[in-house]
Design a protein around this ligand. Sequence first.
Ligand SMILES: [Zn+2]
Length: 71
Amino acid sequence: MPKPPKLKLNCPTCKKTVLASNEDFPFCSDRCRRIDLGKWAMGVYKISSPVLDPEVLETSLEDLHGDNRER
Ligand SMILES: [Zn+2]
């Protein structure tokens, strides 16, 4: 059986090299993943909600930061 090639990418947030075996791949850490997801989510909210409720935005940011729950 041929071994699958080892994948390596640069963390989109901090540009550090990340191995595919990293549990947070393609991010180097959970922190970087949340930063990137946060940016992405903000962009989506801007597009899909012309009238942006600050309370909704605050709630979603809290969810990104304080999420240690298993799902
Ligand atoms: Zn990173």
